[in-house]
Design a protein around this ligand. Structure first.
Ligand code: TMP
Length: 253
């Protein structure tokens, strides 16, 4: 059997050429990074959980007519997705203050924002994905004004969907990041949600206790990341049986 062609290796995923033109196999690694890869670790089982959770969210979006790159899950670590030209922006939607917004504006984490706030970061690891405004995006031609209208509409639809799905299982969607890609269909082109939607790219807090069930557990050393992601998967009813190792037992003296 011929070895498949690697297209791109990122921090958390590797992309391979798919079986048909216009398709890509997205492989979820166990690597975790934070602070632009200054902090890194390998967390056994993270890739399996993110593959299943991203499938769940992307398929749910497809089902309500929000276009995504997701086609089907292939196995525990891989999914088949549509190839898309990624717009070089990280699109962040925030419902509650947290993370870099709290730091930048001196807001207490967990404060409900007056309305969802959308922010854009320019995707460039060497620069640490800097925050940019629509002015930069237009002036440097990263996206057209039509693209920006479509991006805002996609981002808000994802926010409504994800907020509802999470609320139903007792989880608050504090904020999240999506990436958007361009696909061509005959003479038309359109934008679709790409990359992944997982606890790596969202802030998810338990509604009752504010316990963090997302990558902040890793960023801030708050405990077992796979326990947190498994809890999200368990509540959504998609926890893979036996595939995710339990956190190592701790010694009790
Ligand atoms: P921030 O508060 O650090 O700017 O993060 C906002 C949201 O974006 C949060 O849900 C985590 C997510 N995010 C990513 O998915 N990738 C990144 O590189 C960063 C910095 C944040």
């Amino acid at each position: 059997m011929a070895r498949r062609k690697k297209i791109y290796e990122g921090k958390a995923k590797t992309l391979y050429e798919g079986p048909e033109p216009g398709t890509i196999v997205q492989y979820f690694k166990d690597d975790a990074t934070a602070f632009n890869a200054e902090k890194r670790d390998v967390i056994e089982g993270k890739g399996v959980l993110n593959n299943i959770l991203s499938e769940y969210f992307m398929q749910g979006l497809n089902d309500i007519g929000v276009p995504t790159h997701f086609l089907k899950r292939l196995n525990m670590r891989e999914q088949l997705v549509r190839a898309a030209e990624i717009i070089p922006l990280e699109i962040i939607v925030r419902n509650y203050a947290a993370g870099s917004l709290s730091k930048r504006l001196g807001l207490e984490e967990g404060m409900r924002l007056p309305r969802p706030i959308i922010e854009y970061c320019y995707k460039d690891d060497a620069l640490g994905d800097p925050l940019v405004s629509e002015e930069h995006i237009a002036a440097f031609g990263w996206a057209t004004s039509q693209d920006m209208d479509d991006i805002v509409s996609l981002a808000l639809r994802v926010n409504d969907f994800m907020s509802g799905v999470m609320k139903a299982v007792g989880i608050r969607l504090v904020d999240f990041k999506i990436e958007v890609g361009r696909v061509y269909e005959g003479d038309f082109q359109r934008l679709i949600v790409a990359d992944e939607i997982s606890p790596d790219s969202c802030r998810l807090w338990d509604v009752e206790t504010n316990q963090k069930l997302d990558k902040d557990v890793f960023r801030r050393d708050l405990g077992s990341l796979t326990d947190a992601y498994s809890e999200v998967a368990r509540r959504l009813g998609v926890l893979p049986k036996g595939a995710v190792p339990m956190a190592k037992p701790t010694l009790i003296n």
